[in-house]
Design a protein around this ligand. Structure first.
Ligand code: UTP
Length: 288
């Protein structure tokens, strides 16, 4: 049984890098093959033993709630037409009543602020933060790997992966201490360093297990890079006070917040599907 029961999904961002698709449709609802991006993260959390799912939404995001609701007319029609397979598929991931909670971030003041908006729903226990744009495919759920690492260390754990040196300026980068297998002790975190200043190639990816003390730091509402309340700044203040590690997760990550990353996610997800793999190869050969 997992010791971490709650996960926060901050989904209040504007998704400007994916415009014009995201002018009306929330980025999190863009499909990767035939599932919206956010469903992958929810299923990953569920597979890791998470029981309560907290979505921090914003204006124009109400269709996210509809997606996790029972669509009466659709379910009824499928039943009447005896489309049992389609019906069973829809039933299989529909969250149990009362396990999904929505709160709103009234202004997009930054990721740290979005997480802070969930403080009363989380209370005084460790919790997962999952950035749904980071689609992680793999046989073992990344969230589950982080929870196990948290159970081992008792502290904060962030998902990490080694990136090419020329890409360090796109990520938060860990300054590593002791490295034991997949567990990387974090001495410090440097936000988007140029390659020559990067303390390592361990980039922080959008899955975290955080101690509730993070809320004390977020409470100060201090503005960081871009004038936003940054989660990274609050995490950095916890270094030294609590164990802090990166965990080199085993899956592969695709950045759906970016156009090329989104295309890559679709190809990667389709290539894992027995019903699509062969056809996908033909399509790619024809166009690329
Ligand atoms: P991003 O940096 O990807 O920002 O946020 P964004 O607004 O979603 O996308 P771009 O950069 O404009 O294209 C990372 C995560 O933090 C959430 C986003 O929804 C995304 O999941 N976020 C960000 C919030 O919930 N609130 C914020 O104020 C900022």
């Amino acid at each position: 049984m997992s010791s971490v029961k709650k996960a926060v999904f901050p989904v209040a961002g504007l998704g400007t890098r994916m415009l014009p698709a995201t002018k009306v449709l929330p980025k999190e609802m863009l499909p990767v093959v035939d599932k919206p991006i956010l469903q992958y993260a929810l299923e990953e959390a569920k597979a890791a033993g998470i029981e309560e799912f907290v979505f921090v939404t914003g204006r124009g995001k109400s269709i996210l709630e509809d997606h996790f609701d029972r669509a009466y007319e659709l379910f009824d029609t499928l039943e009447r037409k005896q489309k049992t397979e389609a019906l069973a598929e829809l039933e299989s991931w529909l969250p149990t009543a009362g396990t999904v909670v929505y709160t709103r971030q009234q202004q997009p003041l930054g990721l740290g602020h979005a997480v802070w908006c969930a403080r009363h729903l989380i209370g005084n226990e460790p919790f997962v933060v999952s950035l749904v744009d980071d689609l992680i495919l793999g046989d073992v759920p990344c969230t589950g790997e982080l929870i196990q690492a948290h159970e081992q260390t008792g502290g904060n754990v962030v998902a990490t992966m080694e990136v090419p040196l020329e890409h360090t300026s796109r990520y938060g980068i860990l300054d590593p201490g002791k490295v034991e297998g997949r567990l990387v002790e974090a001495k410090a975190m440097v936000e988007k360093p140029e390659p020559e200043a990067a303390p390592s190639r361990y980039a922080v990816i959008g899955r975290y297990v955080l101690l509730p003390e993070i809320f004390d730091h977020l409470e100060r509402q201090e503005r960081g890079a871009g004038g936003e309340i940054q989660l990274t700044d609050a995490m950095a203040r916890m270094l030294g006070a609590h164990p802090f590690h990166g965990y080199v997760f085993s899956g592969e990550r695709h950045d759906c917040g970016d156009k090329l990353g989104y295309l890559e996610a679709i190809v990667a997800a389709a290539s894992r599907r027995a019903d699509l793999k062969a056809g996908l190869g033909d399509v790619l050969r024809r166009y690329v």
